[in-house]
Write a protein that binds this ligand. Structure first.
Ligand code: ZN
Ligand code: ZN
Length: 370
């Protein structure tokens, strides 16, 4: 019998178009799962990797060809011999829809031992797609899920467009906001209305935010932010200077400033502005400055004399995934989560999806195999 194969679009060099490859489907270890991917999304960090903007992280010469992509969802294609349930004990069978973490905390470093995230060794199983089990990225028909990656069954009520951004965007935001917390009746400013920013609106509201202000330069993104329930949208075209934006934020908060400001735009020059938006004792959460070399000039006197807290957050812990699933089911009619995936591309057409993502034309590009 011929060996069954699956398609992947592989990355061979910075900036080069992804190329189609066929690999044999791997043997599935007793504790592993072979996933048939239903949808992947092109995350901002994929775009950074593709353009070679990560500093000292991906080492192209050693790891290419590589299957990029980490935001995805799929169905169980083949269960390892010993796998009968997800991490909550819910029975799993072939064909069930699942989500899972795309990284592998080591459990042995100081971050893991002290219950912190992210683990610095979380990508230690990343390898070139030329080596078995080949399928370790999202831009492919299959994904090889190791036994130490958290996996959860997906409720039928949620469409793929809502489920797919969970394992990166939505969970990263949820964990970040969990760390910073929102005071009763709190006000929140969100710098950036991309996938992370829109997810932040929903999470902030569910955590009890009373007023949510979103800043972006694209009117279409701000319109979507309004549909997610943002109370105020500040258009950078209309408020082109930091001073004008700060004045607007103060006017919207009775002169106090916001309790929480969130950076999800990936531009280090916005940090000082975000800090200035805070009320005394306020907290600043940064999640978008992910590529290394992201230097911000910050007036630390303001941080000291206003008693500010600055928190950086990346990735998430296992409990976040089922909590997010619950929230999405509970609030699916309240927020247009399915609109986070604004454009869809076939796996074969992923280069066009990458191009449009780089050009900022899409909120989240969905990639659909088959
Ligand atoms: Zn991501
Ligand atoms: Zn670790």
């Amino acid at each position: 019998m011929a060996t069954q194969t699956g398609k992947a679009m592989v990355w061979t060099a910075i900036g080069a178009p992804l190329e189609p490859r066929e690999y044999p489907l791997p043997e599935v270890a007793p504790d592993a799962i072979l996933v048939k991917i239903r949808m992947a999304c092109i995350c901002g960090s994929d775009v950074h990797s593709y353009k070679g903007e990560y500093v000292g992280r991906l080492k192209p010469s050693k790891e290419q060809p590589l299957i990029m992509g980490h935001e995805m969802s799929g169905t169980v294609y083949k269960l390892g011999r010993d796998v009968t349930a997800d991490y909550l004990g819910q029975p799993l069978k072939e064909g069930d829809r699942i989500i899972y973490s795309y990284f592998n905390p080591c459990g042995k470093c100081w971050a893991c031992l002290s219950g912190k995230s992210p683990c610095p060794n979380k990508h230690r199983f990343r390898k070139t797609s030329a080596e078995p089990p080949h399928f370790r990225g999202a831009f492919a028909e299959y994904y090889y899920l190791r036994g130490d990656q958290w996996v959860f069954k997906v409720p039928d009520a949620l469409p793929d467009e809502t489920v797919t951004p969970i394992n990166c965007a939505m969970s990263t935001v949820t964990y970040g906001m969990h760390q910073i917390r929102i005071p009763l009746g709190g006000t929140v400013a969100i710098q950036g209305a991309g996938g992370l920013g829109l997810s932040t609106i929903a999470v902030a509201r569910e955590m009890g935010a009373a007023r949510i202000i979103v800043l972006d330069k694209l009117a279409s993104r701000l319109a979507l932010a309004r549909r997610f329930g943002a109370d105020d949208a500040i258009d950078l075209e209309q408020y082109p200077t930091p001073e004008a934006r700060l004045e607007r934020v103060r006017a919207l908060t009775q002169g106090k400033g916001v309790d929480v400001a969130v950076e999800v735009v990936g531009r280090p020059e916005v940090v000082q502005e975000g800090l200035e938006m805070l009320c005394p004792g306020g907290s600043y959460l940064t999640m978008g400055l992910v590529t290394g070399g992201m230097f911000s000039q910050v007036d630390m006197e303001r941080v000291v004399h206003k008693g500010l807290t600055i928190v950086g957050s990346g990735n998430y812990q296992a409990w976040v995934l089922p909590k997010v699933l619950d929230m999405l089911v509970r609030t699916k009619d309240k927020y247009p989560f399915h609109q986070l995936v604004s454009h869809k591309f076939r796996l074969d057409d992923i280069n066009e999806g990458l191009k449009q993502s780089i050009e900022g034309k899409v909120v989240r590009a969905g990639v659909v195999p088959g």
